[in-house]
Each structure stands twice: as C-alpha cells, then as structure tokens.
Design a protein around this ligand. Structure first.
Ligand code: PGA
Length: 252
C-alpha cells in the first residue's frame, strides 16, 4: 500500500457470463461492498456494462469496460467507443491487457491512442503492462515493463488519475505468481519510472498487481509497498472470493 492512496480491487470478468449471471454477481458485490476499506470496480463484457451499471446505481462500486476503440465513434464494425461506454454508465476502462496485446496484436502506441480516447470521454484508463516468462528468464522484465509504460501512457494520464496494473503474462490464469520480493521490486521500479517521466504527481498513481490473485494470497500481496490494489480475473467471477480479496486489504 502507498500511504494516502485508497486501494482499488478491480474485477476483470473477461468473456464470461450471461445477462442473468452478470446481474446476480453485481448484486452480490454491491450488497457486500459497504464498509470495505477498498474501492471496488467491476469490468464486465461490453454487452453487460449497462445492466451491471444499473444494478450498481447508487452504490460505491464502479463499472468499467475491458477495451475501447481509439476513435469515439464511426465506421468500425464490432468496436465500442469510449463515449458509448461512458453513456452506458462506465467510469473506467481497462486498456492494453496482455490478452488484447496477444489476441489482437495491440501495440503500446495503439494503447496510448485508446487512453487518449478514454480521457477525452472522461473515463479513467487502467493500463496493463507485464513481461512474458521468456522476458523474465532473460532478465529483461524491467526493461520490457519500462518500455510499455513509456509507450502506452499519454500526456495527461497521471493527472487524470490513470491507473497502472502490473500483470506478468505468465501469472495470468495460471495459478502462479511472482515472489513477493519480485512484485515489490517491480512496483518500486514502476513508481520510479513514472515519477521520472511524469514528475511527482506519479507518487499518487494507483499501481495494481494482477495475475492469479486469490483469497489465499491477497493479504500478502496487498501488504507490499507500492501495491495499491489488485486486478482480479478468475476469482472475480465468484462474489465471495472477490469480496474476500477486498477484505484482505490492510487497514489504512
Ligand atoms: P487472473 O487474471 O486473476 O485470472 O490471473 C488477471 C487478469 O488477467 O486481469
């Protein structure tokens, strides 16, 4: 945790669930949210953003998309623009997730343009960075993450409250996590890197860890310096597990 930053626990539902299940999951999270020290964010598939936002209306739980197009609107079949997400009730959007970087060949330059579109639409971007196993084995983890940060975050990202998630690709959905020392070292590196590029405001940027976070490892990870919350995939699909992770946030 970073003093002065309220931790954020974000759920990335990825391409899972149906309309009824999304409503039920959002309902359960909303009911258990009051009194938590952490802020909560749910990122359902596009199709369910509006229903989840309606379910969470009046609660403290925020809603986000999982991607947006770099243009606000236009002839882009199958895509979703940031203003449409905002209109549907979202306040945040995940960008540059490694599954999008891999499945759709998204470059950091494209992620930066998507961030600009998000900021323009008054959405808070949550940008994911992280190295592959081969890059870590080659001792290049910091170099890779540093380059992704430099190329993915546009001017204005930090002052607008943009969020960064460190998600080692090899830890996502695998049940494997880096050691606590490795997570702490990477988060400290990211803090220094962002401060060098964006100035002292970056001291207050939320740095999340993501990749196989679950109730059993959340307390140890969330207690690390410069870890200001978690981006949770699989475990966010079960309300009790997601809330158990949120409850593992250390007291202020
Ligand atoms: P996981 O996914 O928690 O299932 O590893 C995390 C993510 O991809 O955001």
């Amino acid at each position: 945790m970073t003093p002065g930053i309220r931790p954020l626990i974000a759920g990335n539902w990825k391409m899972n669930g149906n309309w009824r299940g999304a409503r039920r999951l959002a309902d359960a999270v909303r009911d258990m949210a009051p009194g938590l020290g952490a802020r909560l964010l749910l990122c359902p598939p596009f199709l369910h953003v509006q229903a989840v936002a309606a379910t969470l209306l009046g609660s403290t739980v925020a809603v986000g998309g999982q991607d947006c197009h770099p243009a606000g609107h236009g002839a882009h079949t199958g895509d979703i623009g940031a203003p449409m997400l905002r209109d549907a009730g979202a306040t945040h959007v995940i960008l540059g997730h490694s599954e999008r970087r891999a499945d759709h060949g998204e470059s950091s330059a494209l992620v930066a343009r998507k961030c600009e579109a998000a900021l323009e639409a008054d959405l808070i971007p949550l940008v994911c960075v992280g190295e592959t196993q081969a890059e870590r084995d080659a001792g290049r983890a910091e170099e890779v993450v540093g380059r992704q940060l430099s190329e993915s975050l546009p001017l204005g990202f930090i002052t607008a409250g943009g969020i960064v998630a460190y998600e080692p690709v090899w830890a996502i959905g695998t049940g494997r996590t880096p050691t606590e020392a490795d997570i702490a070292a990477m988060h400290s590196f990211m803090r220094r890197h962002l401060s060098q590029e964006f100035g002292p405001t970056a001291q207050m940027t939320r740095l999340l860890y993501g990749g196989s976070v679950k109730p059993s490892n959340a307390a140890a990870i969330l207690a690390l310096p410069d870890v200001d919350g978690a981006l949770v995939g699989g475990a966010s699909l079960v309300a009790e597990d997601f809330l158990a992770i949120a409850r593992a946030v250390p007291e202020g």
